[in-house]
Design a protein around this ligand. Structure first.
Ligand code: TNX
Length: 489
């Protein structure tokens, strides 16, 4: 039981084990469509490797022994909507939660308590034992995120789904999709079609471009939603907009469209702040995106707007926020947005340097993504081929050993909404590249976001991470065998 990541709040091992067998059923209570779907999700994960039928059924009055029971029970939501309790005896596995989402998080714990072969795609020999004990668990932070940049390089719907699956496995609940940048616009906007059909054709260094149709995007949103992950789409503004400026000359102050861009410089592009059409454009783009996005948030970027004069930048951010609000969404932006007057609901995402003071002054909730700790695109060490190093080298201990609350001066626990690990894709071409930089650092971010700070220590974590290696292998993840970890075969 001692290899779980993220580490549960409370774990009491007992003697004996529950054994999954050909007669095991998954009983759900209540048998609503939502809870049945969670039962099916668990069954699907377990069927491939066990070969068992694992029927998902409404819980009968007398379930008898040998089964897994998932129940939503009454309880105070104020104590944590995602919390769950898992009791394993040789006779039964009982997972209960106050909300379906808690069951989904607890199901990930069940997966990790089974032997690593459980994650294989073909039938394995077992045996399939779950050690007896009790777990009571809930997350530290409400925002436990990962970001993927699909603008510098484009990734298929299938690749993105695989990444979402891996985030779900570590109990993350936000997936931030960086959809637009200088090198490519990746989401179909019906009222401004050339954004995707022209602005989406390029990527860094002449790699193939691409974009998500609105149907593709809706598919990703639903896929994340089925895993209790909120997709947070980002349209990066007012800088990082060369692909848009190249697609529509009227968005440029001089009325001339620049060429498409395939380099990796930042800070050279800006929307035209004093043209009204800019705001018509934003209303259309944000309107279409909001209509496709059930989650509460739209990320407006706001970073590195080095070609937008400061006064214009402030005016711009102050005009964009009400547009997002009008379409029923809450603003998230890189922490620079706090140089402007924020709406009371706007969230600031901290990434580097001095810019946190303005966010604190305005009492904006803060997502901590400090580049020197949480940037998945930084190299592990000087010999890492993929990735960048402007924020430093981030080995696995460095990625794990920080506290989001004490990291930046002046921040207190109540300021911090949570953390997010961004993965920028300048150097990444394939899902295998994504996996190599994300793993094994991502499980550490998941633990920082979920587990109480007081229970976290590197020496304990490194042993648990070593055990995770077998699970990552079984999942087929191309992870970096960090030298600080005694990986098990
Ligand atoms: C900075 S972090 C950026 C991105 C780059 C990244 C590369 C941030 C908000 N902006 O545009 O892709 O560095 O690490």
């Amino acid at each position: 039981m001692n290899h779980l990541i993220p580490k549960p709040v409370l774990l009491q091992p007992a003697t004996g084990a529950f054994a999954l067998n050909a007669d095991t059923r998954i009983y759900v209570d209540p048998p609503s469509a939502e809870v049945m779907a969670i039962g099916e999700y668990l069954a699907t994960k377990l069927r491939a490797s066990t070969g068992y039928a694992l029927a998902v059924l409404p819980k009968p009055d007398r379930p008898g022994g040998g089964h897994i029971v998932l129940s939503v029970t009454d309880g105070d939501l104020a104590l944590g909507e995602e919390r769950y309790e898992l009791t394993i005896t040789p006779d039964q596995v009982t997972l209960s939660a106050v909300q379906p989402v808690g069951l989904f998080r607890g199901v990930q714990t069940i997966r990790q308590l089974l032997p690593p072969d459980i994650e294989r795609a073909s039938v394995q020999s077992g045996p399939w034992q779950i050690p007896a004990g009790v777990i009571k668990d809930r997350p530290r932070f409400a925002w436990r995120g990962a970001m993927l940049d699909v603008a510098r390089h484009f990734f298929s719907v299938e690749d993105v789904k695989r990444y979402i699956d891996l985030l779900a496995y570590y109990k993350l609940n936000r997936f931030h999709l960086h959809l637009t940048d200088d090198q490519g616009w990746r989401i179909e906007i019906k009222s401004w079609p050339k954004l995707a059909t022209y602005g989406g054709t390029t990527a860094v260094d002449g790699a193939p471009g691409g974009y998500y149709t609105q149907a593709d995007y809706a598919d990703l949103v639903a896929y994340a939603q089925a895993r209790y992950i909120t997709l947070v789409p980002e349209i990066d503004l007012p800088g990082h907009t060369n692909a848009a400026l190249a697609s529509y000359p009227e968005l440029n102050c001089d009325g001339k469209a620049p060429a498409l861009y395939t380099g990796i410089e930042v800070g050279f592009s800006s929307l035209c702040i004093d043209k009204e059409i800019t705001y018509q454009f934003l209303d259309d783009v944000i309107g279409e995106l909001a209509a496709l996005t059930p989650g509460a948030y739209i990320h407006i970027g706001g970073d590195e707007a080095k070609s937008t004069p400061p006064d214009q930048y402030r005016r711009f951010i102050e005009r964009v926020q009400p547009i997002v609000a009008k379409h029923g969404k809450q603003v998230v932006g890189w922490a620079e947005i706090a140089h402007a007057e924020l709406l009371p609901t706007s969230i600031a995402q901290y990434w580097d340097g001095e810019v946190i003071a303005d966010a604190l002054r305005q009492h904006a909730p803060i997502i901590m993504s400090p580049a020197s700790k949480a940037y998945l695109d930084m190299k592990y060490d000087a010999s890492t081929k993929l990735g960048l190093k402007w924020a430093g080298l981030i080995d696995v201990p460095t990625a794990y050993t920080w506290d989001p609350v004490t990291f930046a001066n002046g921040v207190t626990e109540s300021d911090v909404l949570g953390i997010e690990a961004p993965l920028w894709s300048e150097t990444l071409l394939t899902i295998s590249d994504i996996e190599y930089l994300a793993f094994p650092r991502l499980p550490g971010y998941a633990e920082i976001a979920w587990s109480p700070q007081a229970g976290r220590a590197w020496e304990d974590y490194r042993v648990r991470l070593a055990a995770q290696g077998a699970y990552l292998s079984a999942l087929g993840v191309n992870f970096y065998r960090a030298p600080e970890i005694d990986w098990q075969p």
